[in-house]
Each structure stands twice: as C-alpha cells, then as structure tokens.
Design a protein. Structure first.
Length: 339
C-alpha cells in the first residue's frame, strides 16, 4: 500500500467505543438513522430517533460508534495534507443522499475502519439497493415501462433498465410483479440469487428462500419460466394457479397455488394446519427482534387468517386458540411456551 493510501486509511480509522459485538440488525438501524438525519429530517423523525436511541443500550452503543467514525474523519481531515484531505472529503459524510451516505460507511468498513460498521457483508447489497422495504413495511412502485412492483417486508431490489433489457434483481425478501407490455420490445426478467424468471404476460410473486439458495414463485396470472443462473440451463414453466420452489442445486417442486403464498398482498398471514414453530418463523418476518417457541409447543397446529399490521395482536390471539403463553422479555425478544 502506498504512503498516500495509508494516509487515507488513517484518516478513516475511528476511535470507537469498545463494548463487545453489536447485533448487525442494530448496526443497520443506526446507519439508517445516521443517513436519514442528514437529510431533511422532521421533528417527528428526530423524536422517533431519540426513542429508538434510548430504548436499548445496544442502540446507544451503535450510535456512539457511528458518531466516533464521523468525528474521526473530521479530525483527520484537519490534520492531513491538502490532496489526501480533499480526496477523503469526497468519500466522507459530507454526502447528502441516504444511499450514498450508507455507501460511504460500507466503503469505510472495507478499508478497515471497524467491523462494527457492517458486520455482515451479505447486508451490503441490501443497504445499497435501489428500492427497499423495512421490517413490517410494504412498498409499491411503478417502473418506467408501467410494470408494477410491490415489496413485502424486509425486501430489497435493484433495477437494471437500459436500451436492451428490463431486469429486476431481488436481493432479499419477496415481491409481487405485475408486468406491462414494453413499447420498445425489451425482454423482462427477475433475477434472484438462485435463478432467473421470465414472465409471459403475467402477475406473480417471487420469494428469496434459504438465504439465496432457493426461490419460490407463485403465479397468479399468465405463466413464468424459471431457470438457473447458467444461461444454458433448461427453463421450467409455472402456469397460473401453480407455485414452485427452485433451488440452486437444481431441485424443482411444483404444486397447486396455496392462498398463503400471496395473502401478504392483502395484509394477511394464512395458516392451514401450520406447525406453530413455522408460523412464528413466518410471523417473525414482519416484526423486529427474536420470536421463537419452546420445543414442547413447536408442533401445535395453527389455523386461521391473521392481520400482519399488528403482530402483537396476533400473538395475543394465539393464547386464545392454543394452550400457550406468550412471554415478552423486551419488545425485541418474545418466546411462546406451554400455558
């Protein structure tokens, strides 16, 4: 490494508070707040930030570490030579947009300014995604060609539109796609970490499974061709009224479309004899923190339709229909055990 590069890294080396590892989810939340407050934050935004910051010691620690990072940059710039300082300032937290602010922090982490900034490399693409939905949030948008996207909880996509293609890259989570006919005749695809989907005049749901090792497609209208990331792979067609799971290993299992596959679009979670452990895992996608159950109730069956807008209410409902008790240690740590 050249002396100039070493000087640049030195500028970005923080004096962070040391108190052990912080949950990566909390680090990401702190990064989001850091970027949001650099924009035109409202009084309500600031009040929500203060509530978040004071709700857990780990929140305060994560925030202090980000503040230490930005403070160290400012001090280092003041002491540096003109050329190095100017180059560092272009990367440092003078950036205005949330996306670029988070990009700067991720870049800084890559230069060695502290694994505490982003401790999960897999989170980096989601932080930098073109469109994101937070935990418990849904987002809708219309793309330039008229295609409609709806993002389910904790989802992120990149958009690759140019003169030759229309591609949506699902980085994490789940989306509903309603395709539109393109006046330029460009093909439309959805790319995931495990496969590529080509719709045929359709409306469908695609979900990232097993940390990118598989995907699930549920076709509401039209048809979708599914293939692996290898262009030479043979596509498998999924028709309207069907759903299929496709894995990186090449597994392909199709079946009749289950109402539960698209119920989130209406804000519902449908369970039909679903084991409680699986039900809580699904419900946990829509709330922050840890949600689990003890082994002695994991196999209990859940039946019903539950509103996703209030996961706390859903947990209370479980106590009315099953012999269980919900124990909430904190807002972010909830367990279900035998009543």
């Amino acid at each position: 490494m050249t002396q100039e590069a070493m000087d640049g890294v030195k500028l970005l080396r923080p004096h962070a508070p040391e108190a052990g590892r912080v949950d990566p989810k909390i680090v990401r939340q702190a990064a989001e707040w850091w970027a949001r407050l650099r924009e035109d934050a409202t009084d309500e935004d600031r009040a929500r930030f203060e509530r978040w910051r004071q709700s857990q010691p780990a929140h305060e620690l994560a925030w202090m570490r980000l503040v230490a990072l930005t403070r160290d940059v400012n001090l280092g710039v003041a002491e540096a030579g003109h050329d190095v300082a100017a180059r560092t300032l272009r990367q440092a937290p003078l950036i205005q947009s949330r996306r670029n602010a988070i990009r700067w922090m991720v870049t800084a982490a890559g230069l060695g300014v502290g694994a505490w900034v982003v401790s999960e490399r897999s989170a980096i693409p989601r932080l930098l995604a073109d469109v994101r939905a937070g935990t418990g949030e849904r987002r809708s948008l219309t793309l330039p060609d008229g295609t409609r996207l709806e993002l389910n909880t904790a989802s992120a996509v990149d958009l690759r539109y140019n003169a030759h293609q229309r591609e949506v890259v699902l980085l994490a989570g789940e989306i509903l796609v309603t395709t539109a006919k393109d006046s330029q005749g460009r093909p439309f695809t959805v790319r995931t970490r495990s496969g590529v989907l080509t719709p045929v005049g359709t409306r469908f749901v695609v979900r990232d499974l097993d940390d990118g090792q598989a995907l699930r497609v549920a076709v509401l209208e039209g048809a979708v061709d599914v293939r692996g990331l290898d262009r030479a792979a043979m596509p498998r067609r999924v028709q309207a009224g069907e759903q299929a799971d496709y894995s990186v290993a090449g597994g392909f299992v199709s079946q009749a479309l289950e109402p539960a596959a698209s119920a989130w679009i209406s804000g519902m979670l449908i369970a039909d004899e679903m084991p409680l452990a699986a039900f809580l895992q699904e419900l946990g996608r829509y709330r922050p923190g840890r949600l689990s159950c003890s082994d002695d109730v994991a196999a209990l069956r859940v039946v019903g339709a539950f509103p996703l807008a209030d996961t706390g209410k859903v947990l209370a409902m479980l106590q009315d229909v099953l012999p269980v008790r919900v124990r909430q240690y904190t807002r972010y740590w909830v367990t279900v055990g035998r009543a």
